[in-house]
Design a protein around this ligand. Sequence first.
Ligand code: DAH
Length: 344
Amino acid sequence: MEEKVSKIKEVALKEIEDAKDVKSLEDIRVKYLGKKGELTALLKMMGELSPEERPKMGSLVNSAKSEIEEKIKNKEEILRNEELAKKLESERIDVTLPASKQRRGSKHPLNRVIEEIEDLFVSMGYDVVAGPELETDEYCFERLNLPKGHPARDMQDSFYITTEYLLRTQTSAVQARAMMANKEKSPIRIIVPGKTYRREDDATHSHQFNQVEGLVVDEKISFADLKGTLEIFMKHMLGENTRLRFRPSYFPFTEPSYEVDVSCFKCGGKGCNLCKQTGWIELLGAGIVHPNVLKMNGYDPEKYSGFAFGTGLDRLAMFKYGITDIRLLYANDVRFLNQFDRKD
Ligand code: DAH
């Protein structure tokens, strides 16, 4: 009997030693210590022993039992640690690997230009103002000194919705709106970026395009103010070396009126394909606000004077980013838009 116990114990301990995982340890536990286990069976056979032998055998079996239990417990801990280590190793994360790239949108070149202009003018104390794209004939033309039938209306081929309503052809319409909306008739300093519409469609013209208008009305505003402002504006957008050239022109709402050219930023004024060998690029219309316009919109031309300017944002963006076809700005082609991925 004694021999049997130590034999069982020996085999059990060996099996425990060799166990490969927690599952087989559990099988071993059942095999020896379970209800029908080998040691349990021995305990049940105690009845057959003489009373003197029983306590001795009892303690022998019990100490074998607890030895096996102890061994299983230790082995289980070892196995669990090993399994954990294996798991950690296989799931290890290399934090030095490059992250998977998040695709994100980019700011449209037109919006970049608009924001740049807004930042500049706001820093000089201007307000950014908006107006309706579906405009009345009155604000788009009449209040800008262009009565019905005025020949200068031919300069802008328009989309009329009714005889009174049209898609605005110029952000200049907001000049009249701003002056009319100002009940105190106090000084005005605004820029108006926004969409405009004309019946045009080729590589340099789109039926929908963007302009920014500028208007300053105050006492003693002169051409010097206009010139200084446009110089700051253009140098900021196109580089410090940019020079300006004012050519006499005609707009019904300004007198005198100018076409403003900037020195070609590609060749610096020497002449190249961009400036068609002239060294200059026509970029803005501008002038001193016509007294009629001030009067019609409630400002006393004896007290107030003003300057105004307008420029095409699409052209500006095209020059700034070297875009050759205006239609790219409206085609929503990601291959084009991706090239303006945010750097900031
Ligand atoms: N609105 C004119 C156009 O679209 C541009 C312009 C010229 C705006 C002279 C002005 C200005 O404010 O003073 O052709």
